[in-house]
Design a protein around this ligand. Structure first.
Ligand SMILES: [Zn+2]
Length: 159
């Protein structure tokens, strides 16, 4: 993470020399967000980085040789959004392979959960139970409908 005044000094040079360090603390999306900031800084100085150029910058910032097959497959792609989504998909998959024991489902299953005295199922208490005799008997459909608006969106945006 460069300081604000460093990136303002020569964002163009910074943009073309910043590389993603695999296994470092920075996530891929944080790295790309940083590149996007540098692109914006270039724009502020009157240097317009086109989408095609930015796509190349992102591709070339990936470490070699571990990312060569992915980078090779993206060589002709000129849309940074496609490049970012492809890289992030591969990156997430690699994270999954290297971080064993951090599976979110496993954490969920082994965590302490309340047990319902009414229907004996785990994950809720009697007051929140939808089964017969529970505190929210018959409210299943109402609850289900109110949850359909919760769609997950990526935490990053590309301008
Ligand atoms: Zn219950």
């Amino acid at each position: 993470m460069g300081r604000e005044d460093e990136t303002e000094a020569d964002p163009m040079a910074h943009l073309f020399t910043k590389h993603y360090v695999e296994g470092g603390l920075e996530t891929l999306l944080a790295h790309i967000a940083e590149l996007q900031k540098l692109r914006d800084a270039c724009g502020g100085l009157g240097i317009d980085i086109t989408d095609a150029q930015f796509a190349r910058v992102i591709i070339l910032s990936m470490p070699t040789p571990s990312w060569d097959p992915v980078v090779g497959a993206l060589a002709g792609v000129l849309d940074p959004k496609i490049v970012i989504s492809q890289l992030n998909t591969k990156w997430s998959r690699r994270q999954g392979l290297t971080s064993t024991g951090k599976d979110s489902n496993m954490v969920f299953q082994t965590g302490t959960q309340p047990k319902c005295e009414n229907c004996n199922k785990l994950g809720h208490v009697k007051a929140k139970c939808w089964a017969r005799g529970g505190g929210q008997e018959g409210q299943y459909l109402r609850r289900y409908n109110s949850q359909t608006s919760n769609t997950s969106t990526p935490s990053w945006t590309l301008r």
